[in-house]
Design a protein around this ligand. Structure first.
Ligand SMILES: Cc1cc2nc3c(=O)[nH]c(=O)nc-3n(C[C@H](O)[C@H](O)[C@H](O)COP(=O)(O)OP(=O)(O)OC[C@H]3O[C@@H](n4cnc5c(N)ncnc54)[C@H](O)[C@@H]3O)c2cc1C
Length: 448
């Protein structure tokens, strides 16, 4: 198997989360090496895998190889929602996996949020982990109907008044509040995690691209020996029909004045989004900026990563225009940061953990746009599997097989039809106040 991080060029974008935090500038691999465990990929999946392995067996020698630098991938660029959200709803998941423990899965997701919070409060104070819940608000009846049918766990439906007391959003008629969600500045968290691992003896190499085939693992051309290996490269894999990259883009504003901030929310750390089909997500940062993201960039033919997709002006404008619609009273604000990145999507929109006991190779990923919490849980489960445990065997992501995406140009047509259709579906719902028929049709095209 050949792994690759092929991009056409370096992304021309600037995540807010990098401000004030220099790169770690870790060494590249320059000679053959031998470790107990080798991890490929320096994002949350790779780093939490090392963390959990060490929690279980502190004597392991572990190396992490990152082709670019720590935080280059989605882990350094995301929207900072640490949530128990999952791309497939619990009712569908139960039908698909009758023998899995779906309630147990969500319990573990919720605990993972708190465990990440414990780590952040001890080791990553500048990540500003704040657990205040998430508010998904409805601005039309169709959205509200959808929220009413997605109640589960500790989520609560809020009426118009209560919604507007939490978030000063124009036109909100109700919302779904989930107390189990935190917000964080992701790059400082990941950076602190890397430093913590280094202090515990993990060797982390940057500018060190791994090439794995049946017989050997080479990094920067040097032979790397190991007893176990983990592949945590998420969207940055050689193009294939197993997964497609979908782009999520973000903008951040300059800090709002204190009056502007309190007109939006008085709840520090609240995560919020509109119940649109076109995915969106926002938080107000600890220094009073709006950081908001969403989808809308087109899928690249052949699943080839294209850096220009990460900074598409029209998509950035469309995302920032949401702020104007939600908070028309805000007055003046300006966009200071724009960025984006790919997420990996399998045909079934579910994540996976595979462990081949013969080759002692594990892989985790497939998180779509909800990877911050589940990468922690998947890494914990993988560490358990690799060290002979069976605690996580009933999790729906274990050995989760998915159909492959169709061949090109069908997947290009299907994925991009979805991009256009979700926008139309939102428009349809605004006009009709009924759940979109267009969206129902679109879901069939993309495996949902
Ligand atoms: C704009 C955006 C917003 C998002 N918002 C949220 C959010 O608010 N909440 C949420 O839960 N999720 C969000 N996500 C998704 C989440 O960020 C990801 O699911 C998660 O960070 C994935 O972590 P990872 O470690 O698996 O992958 P990544 O962070 O992508 O790391 C993979 C790493 O592997 C490296 N690599 C690849 N191939 C090789 C190789 N051959 N050799 C060495 N290294 C290699 C890459 O360079 C990369 O750094 C968002 C994603 C994006 C792009």
């Amino acid at each position: 198997m050949v792994l690759t991080v092929r991009q056409d060029s370096k992304p021309n974008n600037h995540p807010l989360w990098r401000d004030g935090h220099q790169s770690l500038q870790l060494p590249a691999l320059k000679e053959p090496v031998d470790f107990d465990v080798v991890i490929i990929g320096g994002g949350f999946s790779g780093l939490w895998s090392a963390f959990h392995l060490l929690e279980r067996d502190a004597s392991l020698s572990i190396a992490i190889f990152e082709a670019e630098e720590i935080g280059f991938g989605a882990s350094g660029r995301n929207g900072g929602w640490v949530s128990s959200d999952y791309p497939v709803d619990p009712f569908t998941l139960k039908k698909r996996h009758p023998n899995s423990d779906i309630e147990g899965f969500w319990d573990l997701m919720r605990s993972a949020i708190d465990e990440i919070g414990d780590f952040a409060s001890t080791h990553a104070p500048t990540a500003n982990f704040r657990k205040a819940g998430s508010l998904v608000f409805a601005r039309n009846q169709a959205q509200l109907t959808r929220l009413q049918s997605s109640l589960f766990g500790k989520k609560r439906l809020l009426g118009k008044q209560e919604t507007q007391s939490m978030l000063g959003v124009d036109g909100a008629i109700g919302s779904l509040f989930d107390p189990d969600c935190a917000t964080v500045a992701p790059y400082p968290l990941l950076r602190a995690l890397a430093q913590h691992l280094i202090s515990r003896g993990v060797a982390i190499f940057e500018k060190s691209e791994a090439q794995l085939d049946e017989d050997s693992l080479r990094v920067n051309g040097h032979l790397v020996k190991c007893r176990k290996r983990i592949i945590a490269t998420e969207a940055y894999k050689a193009p294939s029909r197993k997964q497609i990259p979908i782009y999520s883009l973000m903008v951040a504003t300059s800090p709002l004045t204190s009056e502007q901030q309190s007109s939006v929310t008085r709840i520090p750390g609240l995560a919020f989004m509109e119940a649109l089909h076109n995915v969106n997500y926002a938080q107000m940062t600890h220094d009073g900026r709006m950081a908001i993201g969403g989808r809308g960039a087109r899928y690249p033919f052949g699943s080839r990563l294209r850096s220009r997709k990460e900074s598409k002006e029209s998509v950035h404008n469309q995302i920032s225009s949401l702020l104007g619609k939600w908070f028309p009273h805000l007055g003046e604000w300006s966009v200071t940061h724009r960025w984006g990145g790919p997420v990996a999507v399998r045909w079934n929109w579910e994540s996976y953990l595979f462990f081949d006991s013969k080759t002692q190779t594990g892989s985790i990923g497939g998180y779509v746009g909800d990877g911050v919490t589940i990468s922690y849980l998947s890494a914990k489960a993988l560490a358990d599997c690799m060290l002979g445990g069976e605690k996580y065997m009933k999790m729906p992501f274990i050995e989760n097989q998915s159909r492959k995406w169709p061949i090109e140009p069908l997947r290009f047509i299907g994925a991009n039809a979805l991009v256009s259709m979700v926008k139309l579906a939102d428009h349809e719902e605004r006009l009709t106040n009924r759940e979109s028929l267009i969206y129902k049709g679109a879901s069939l095209l993309i495996g949902k």
